[in-house]
Ligand binder design. Structure first.
Ligand SMILES: Nc1ncnc2c1ncn2[C@@H]1O[C@H](COP(=O)(O)OP(=O)(O)OP(=O)(O)O)[C@@H](O)[C@H]1O
Ligand SMILES: Nc1ncnc2c1ncn2[C@@H]1O[C@H](COP(=O)(O)OP(=O)(O)OP(=O)(O)O)[C@@H](O)[C@H]1O
Ligand SMILES: [Mg+2]
Ligand SMILES: [Mg+2]
Lengths: 254, 254
């Protein structure tokens, strides 16, 4: 299963979800690949991956002769591999602008390795540009992290419109896995109000798991470790463990 | 003085700073204009501005015959005007891609109204695309909000490189006003570590004011009010008031 982690709102926990959910799926014995599709390369940084400038996702996208398999690196976490990003990726929109079938390059390139993994997760930049469209057209499901804040609600309309366009024009398989509330702080009215608003409006599309605010999640990247290794007893480790279990259960139902 | 609020890292407090700093400058008697240059239009939303789809910053940029003055709207806060954004702005990179002098369109368009204001603040999207370059080339100073987190540090190198390129090729006036630590929570080691790391590395380029975590700042946009009106006694109101005072003092020195 290929999961795109998308939301054009900045700072809503996309990378933190990509890194920690993929690590928790790997810990539960699933072969997992994390693809960093954000020029900021935060997922690559957060796992402490040293990247050969010439062997990143950027080259996979722009160089027909370079396969996805050649860019795969181990992460040090058992069962978890990564295709890293570098800043070169910020040129992708221009590099790919005139390429035939530019929206489906990632889909075609990862087809050759997708059988090697149970789960592939794609971390996206805070935008709905060509890179994020590539992620949506390559994926089976979309996971949408959303902060329990007011500004976060506004962008959802556009995000759903974009998903529907990709679904109708590029990838009719694409389904919404769910909306993941992040940065939840039960002590504040804004968190409680936004969460109950989300549940009223989106019903079962809101995942059961809620990611609570937890400073250990902000610390773990500086130790280059996913949360279940950096702070196994923390709220962050419990919440991302619950998320992995919820996603594995959803997968069962099919 | 024209100030661009820029950082390609998502969710670091750009919009919260743009809205609340401009409101605090207005409260201190300065004629202030806020320009929303982010297609997410969070600054427009956060002040509850109703926008005529055809009279936003997008039209100012793409329509030679439409002046900046025609797009200016009152905000309901005394001394504070806004040029709002709509989602149309997400097409700007493509709309302007082949226009002569595309990096300096904003600079030329706001020249005709800049004498009407003491301060003009520009809220940017979480990217270093053509819109943010337009903001940098139109500005006198750059204000860089940065979360007290690990991922936030990584993008600074690229941001400084971009500022230097704009300074050498488009706007030799451009100076760095300072780095503004946001989401500071003195109870967590990550906040304390990152802040002391920032002060060691950047010295006096780090502003004295630190914006502390405060849920009132996340609540205020849902009431369409800046923080000094929504919660005048809150930490957020104090911190953004201090920031306005620090910037006014810096202006004095010149
Ligand atoms: N639940 C949480 N509790 C506390 N801190 C968190 C939590 N989730 C993420 N963070 C921290 O908040 C910051 C923003 O999260 P993150 O970088 O994952 O968001 P993002 O959506 O990937 O951002 P961008 O839009 O820039 O890609 C990071 O510094 C991260 O460490
Ligand atoms: N000091 C603070 N304390 C608590 N919440 C805050 C603070 N500053 C901002 N917020 C909230 O955090 C979220 C992110 O802030 P904001 O939207 O201003 O960041 P941004 O950099 O403009 O994001 P983007 O990259 O999407 O433009 C918002 O929901 C905002 O209300
Ligand atoms: Mg990210
Ligand atoms: Mg913003």
């Amino acid at each position: 299963m290929i999961i795109a982690i998308v939301n054009q709102k900045g700072g809503c926990g996309k990378t933190t979800t990509a890194v920690n959910l993929s690590a928790c799926l790997a810990e539960r014995g699933r072969r997992t690949l994390l693809i960093d599709l954000d020029p900021q390369s935060n997922a690559t940084l957060g796992l402490g991956i040293k990247v050969d400038a010439d062997k990143s996702i950027h080259r996979v996208l722009v160089d027909d002769g370079f396969t996805a398999a050649e860019a795969v690196l181990p992460t040090g976490v058992y069962n978890l591999d990564i295709i890293p990003a570098t800043i070169m990726l910020s040129g992708a929109d221009l590099d790919l602008a005139n390429v035939m079938g530019r929206e489906s390059i990632l889909k075609n390139k990862i087809a050759s390795i997708s059988d090697n993994y149970n789960y592939i997760l794609i971390d996206c930049a805070p935008s709905l540009s060509l890179l994020s469209i590539n992620a949506l057209s390559a994926s089976d499901e979309v996971l949408i992290p959303i902060q329990s804040h007011y500004y976060a609600l506004e962008g959802l309309k556009l995000l759903f419109q974009t998903v529907n366009i990709v679904k109708s024009k590029l990838n009719y398989n694409l389904a919404i896995m769910g909306i993941l509330p992040t940065f939840y702080d039960g002590r504040t009215t804004i968190s409680r109000d936004v969460l109950s608003g989300l549940r009223d409006y989106f019903g079962s599309r809101i995942l059961n798991t809620v990611i609570r605010v937890n400073s250990k999640l902000a610390e773990a990247p500086s130790a280059n470790e996913p949360i279940h290794i950096y702070a196994p007893g923390s709220r962050g480790a419990k919440d991302y463990g619950n998320l992995a279990d919820e996603i594995l259960e959803k997968g069962q139902i099919l």
